[in-house]
Unconditional design. Structure first.
Length: 405
């Protein structure tokens, strides 16, 4: 406690109380002890407890401003495994949908190639270039549609999960990326451990599925050697297709699980400490101390403007000592009398003094003064339900001014 009184704010002085017999096992005895400067301190003593450690812990969810800044930096929640799984699944679906078309074109190309090689055209110059161009064009047109569909689906899925975002900040070179210590921390981290675990699990499942498929279909595959070329090729295709479907489903499940983990990891990485939340709130809303000073300055300026309007007023209606409301009315400009100054207590006294100093008539009318004070603000026109009372006072003031002149 003395350290805090002396201005050292590195901890919080806490005075504990003696626990009751229910917790301590005996009334009036300390229930537990605390280490203080290497010694045990019983409850009831004063000790220094540093709460800054807990203030810096990232326990608060990220604010919208933090999320927007993180997104602008190119940091979003994404899963490479889910993207790869979707690519494979979409590719298999495309093969299932367009497989006949693709097979027909490829078989036709092979047939044309065999015919071309057996023809006399092979003896001419440039036969290889002609054959290469035909092969490239055939394979390009065969796989182009599948490639376009896969790209469209993957881009659409990414936009759906992440949203539309173009950021070049991840490509900006940073010196801290060349720090070997930072690189070592990235290698030895929870994320790297999870990635290694995923890789081992995927490799193990891949190997297990391939082994089971081969053991199941090996006798059938061996019998393919006794079949015709077309029948044997079709049998091997069924074997490969069935294995590909199983692997694709497994990859999709792993991708979904990985995305859930990446989502959790991303939310954890952008969490904020309570101090960061307070600082951001100050930046957005402004420092309360500064805001109070600004409001005080605004009140002072408004008060000065209000007081400068008192000499121009036509009449000041009082309570007589508690309230003062200054009214001004210009028939050529205003639709109704306007309140140019109003105050209570000290301000009312100042308004009365200025009115006397500049010869502004002061009229005592308690009900009207309270009605104006409670139903209107400075700069407002007089409410319609008070027109009659104000009009009578203004008429009396104008009549007195006319007699005086």
């Amino acid at each position: 406690m003395d350290r805090i009184r002396n201005g050292q704010r590195d901890g919080l002085a806490i005075t504990t109380t003696t626990m009751t017999a229910l917790a301590a096992g005996g009334e009036g005895r300390p229930a537990w002890r605390i280490e203080k400067n290497g010694k045990k301190a019983a409850l009831g003593e004063k000790f220094i407890f540093d709460i800054q450690f807990f203030a810096q812990e990232r326990t608060e969810p990220a604010t919208p401003k933090k999320r927007q800044k993180t997104r602008a930096d190119g940091k979003v929640c994404k899963s490479k495994d889910l993207t790869a799984a979707v690519e494979i699944v979409v590719g298999l679906l495309c093969l299932w949908a367009f497989g006949y078309f693709m097979g027909t074109r490829l078989i036709g190309f092979v047939s044309e190639t065999v015919t071309f090689i057996g023809d006399v055209n092979i003896l001419r110059d440039g036969w290889f270039q002609q054959l290469a161009i035909s092969a490239i064009w055939t394979y390009f047109m065969t796989w182009l549609l599948i490639g376009i569909i896969i790209c469209v689906v993957v881009v659409g899925m990414t936009i759906w999960l992440v949203g539309w975002l173009i950021s070049f900040k991840p490509f900006v070179p940073k010196l801290d990326r060349m720090n070997p210590i930072s690189g070592l921390k990235k290698i030895i981290s929870l994320r790297s451990l999870v990635e290694l675990t995923k890789a081992v699990i995927k490799a193990s499942i891949f190997g297990l599925l391939i082994y089971l498929a081969l053991m199941e279909r090996l006798p059938v595959a061996m019998s393919a050697m006794q079949l015709s070329v077309a029948a044997g090729a079709w049998l091997l295709w069924e074997l490969i297709w069935g294995l590909a479907i199983k692997l694709a489903i497994m990859l999709l499940v792993i991708g979904i699980v990985d995305y859930a983990y990446q989502k959790w990891e991303f939310e954890r990485s952008i969490k904020m400490s309570k101090q960061e939340v307070k600082e951001e709130h100050k930046q957005m809303e402004g420092d309360p101390l500064i805001k109070s000073k600004i409001r005080q300055k605004q009140r002072e300026l408004a008060k000065k403007r209000m007081m400068s309007s008192v000499p121009k007023a036509d009449v000041v209606i009082t309570n007589p000592t508690m309230l003062a409301i200054a009214l001004m009315y210009d028939r050529g400009v205003m639709a109704a009398p306007q309140i140019v100054a109003m105050g209570k207590g000290v301000i009312a006294k100042k308004i009365r003094e200025l009115a006397k100093e500049h010869g502004v008539p002061i009229v005592e009318n308690k009900p009207l003064a309270w009605a104006l004070f409670e139903s209107a603000e400075v700069g407002d026109e007089v409410p319609e339900n008070l027109y009659r009372g104000v009009a009578e006072i203004l008429a009396m003031v104008y009549k007195l001014k006319k007699k005086a002149s």
